[in-house]
Design a protein around this ligand. Structure first.
Ligand SMILES: [Zn+2]
Length: 80
C-alpha cells in the first residue's frame, strides 16, 4: 500500500480556497480519504459520488455546511 504524497496530510486540516475539486477544479468542500489516497470534491461532485465512495471512505471530511452558510449570507437580505 502506498500513500505517496498524501502521507503527511492531516485529514482534519480545514479546506481552503486553494483546495480544488479533483473532478472539475472548483473549490473543494469535501475531502474523502480512501485506501488509495485522498480526493477533493466540490459540493456538487461530493454529492454525485457519495453513494459510490462513502462505503469505501476511511474518512469523509465535509465542509459543505460552510458553503451553505455562505450561500445563506449571500441570498438572504440583511436584517440590519
Ligand atoms: Zn467538482
Amino acid at each position: 500500500m502506498s500513500y505517496g504524497a498524501v502521507a503527511a496530510t492531516d485529514s482534519r486540516t480545514p479546506l481552503t480556497s486553494l483546495d480544488r475539486c479533483d473532478a472539475c477544479g472548483a473549490q473543494a468542500y469535501v475531502r474523502v480519504r480512501l485506501d488509495v489516497g485522498e480526493f477533493l470534491f466540490c459540493a456538487h461532485h461530493a454529492t454525485k459520488h457519495s453513494d459510490k465512495l462513502r462505503p469505501q471512505a476511511i474518512d469523509w471530511y465535509d465542509e459543505t455546511s460552510k458553503l451553505r452558510a455562505a450561500d445563506a449570507r449571500t441570498h438572504q437580505p440583511a436584517d440590519d
